[in-house]
Design a protein around this ligand. Structure first.
Ligand code: IMP
Ligand code: MG
Length: 194
């Protein structure tokens, strides 16, 4: 696993193209599969929120979920606002004990608003759990979760994912917004690195 990661982290030409061309393996999920699934999720979400009387508030968890969120937003047929939160682990953290630093950049009060959290991948569940608690404390009328990828193998916190794109096996993935060491977010397909 480490070998693969090292190899991929040091490409000589444009990162994305290097990986796209050099990688012999097919994508785990292709751009076409993603597009189809996201359109469906958009329709489903639009149905669920059809009767709310304020615009939906999409709260996107930076940075990985931005690509998914941009496509999801455009597949909605209901009015929606777009807000962001940033979650990062405390650098001093020794193990995955769930310590997260949250910065929210939500404009205006969330009191009484219907919030859809948008995340790229739910792994341990620690991130979305923390963000969801924070949003609930801000007085949202409802909080639901849309996750492009669900990787249940390493779940530590029970999380209810209301709208799931794909359930994936226990492999590290990149592309379509997901990074390894800050890179590969631009790849249109999703690849397994491990
Ligand atoms: P969790 O808090 O353990 O659920 O981790 C979720 C966060 O870790 C996501 O927001 C991602 O940013 C990151 N992450 C987890 N697994 C992967 C992966 O396979 N590829 C890229 N990022 C990942
Ligand atoms: Mg993330």
């Amino acid at each position: 696993m480490t070998e693969v990661l090292t190899q991929l982290a040091a490409p000589t030409e444009s990162q994305g193209l290097a990986l796209d061309r050099a990688s012999n393996r097919p994508p785990m999920i292709t751009a076409a599969q993603i597009a189809r699934r996201v359109r469906r999720l958009g329709r489903e979400i639009s149905r669920v929120y059809a009767d709310i009387d304020t615009p939906l508030v999409m709260v996107v968890i930076l940075k990985g979920a931005t690509v998914f969120a941009a496509d999801l937003l455009r597949s909605l047929s209901i009015p929606a606002e777009l807000e962001f939160v940033r979650a990062s682990s405390y650098p001093s953290g020794t193990s995955s004990n769930g310590r997260l630093k949250l910065a929210h950049m939500v404009e205006g009060p969330l009191v009484g608003r219907h919030v859809l959290l948008v995340e790229d991948i739910i792994d341990s569940g620690v991130t979305v759990d923390a963000v969801e608690r924070r949003i609930r404390r801000l007085g949202a009328a409802s909080v639901r979760l849309a996750g492009l990828l669900d990787r249940p193998a390493r779940r530590q916190v029970e999380v209810k994912i209301d709208f799931t794109g794909f359930v994936i096996p226990d492999r590290f993935v990149i592309g379509y917004g997901l990074d390894y060491a800050g890179l590969y977010r631009e790849l249109p397909h999703i690849y397994a690195l491990t």
